[in-house]
Design a protein around this ligand. Sequence first.
Ligand code: SF4
Length: 362
Amino acid sequence: MPDGSLPPSPPAGAPARPLRDADALAAAGLLPAAGLPALRAVAARYAVSVTPAMAALIDPADPADPIAAQYLPHPAELEATAQEREDPIADAPHTPVKGVTHRYPDRALLKPLLACPVYCRFCFRREQVGPGGGVLDEAELEAALDWFAAHPGVREAILTGGDPLMLSPRRLRHIVARLSAMPHIEIIRLHTRVPVADPARVTAAMAEALDTETALFLLLHANHAREFTQDARAALRRLSRAGVALLGQSVLLRGVNDSPAAMEALLRAMLANRVKPYYLHQLDRAPGTARFEVPIAEGRALLEGLRGRVTGLAWPTYALDLPEGQGKAPIGPDFAERRDGGWQVRGPLGGDHFQPDAPPPA
Ligand code: SF4
């Protein structure tokens, strides 16, 4: 919020359940009835869900509403470009057993389910995620956990999906306990949108399920300052009290957070809610997402303009996931250039500085 106050929790009269198709969104006044046939076709292709918490934040009178842009289906989603890929970061070829993705030597993903509280229109796994989709059954989950137990080189288990906080606290507690019992697992990481998109799911039982001896980092996906409601703040506080370290990740999105004011507000809202911004992702080119893409040069300039204006705590790593599963690379901005005999460094407050190389040891 511009004045720093938090938006309210869903008001009386807000929908009680997630809105899961174009007709429900139109009935709630969030989509125009005129465009329904085209939007039904989009919803038949890609999952739709808008939680009461997010529906309450949308201003239906604003055609450029940044919350609506993230969640409401759009006819352009059925127009794929030649550069878009169904599996843009190539999860599939790096899947040794169902539910596990192993790309880097020291860490691996565990995807216990592919359901989310909301379905983001720019999601890089949009071909896989959906309600009721891809839940590992008991045997598959145990096989996936056995894979982690059998790989002592893997030090970090990353729970993602889908959204692992869509699991029951009981099932989550079981997964966390099994991973924590593996001596080589030093870090458990959990990727989620639940604390902002459906904060009521973050109950005391959920927080207790994440309370473990092993270092546990929760990576909150949020893209706009307005997503940090009073309920989201309470949910994050609950997690923080359980000893969960909170980091933030966002996607740079046209019309959502691509202005200096929107990006600054987002980074400040994260920090004010105890969430350290960690990654700002360049959009992955999933089918039908081109309208969200911000050129890399623009993204670098956006961050460069914030350096020195906002605390260094707010600074995320701007990163691109390379195709074919080649990993994530930082893409700037850079402040240092190699020159003869040293480095030319641009200062965040405008001044330049030449830092000569240290003399060789005598
Ligand atoms: S919450 Fe994450 S996995 Fe789910 S639709 Fe959004 S971006 Fe995709």
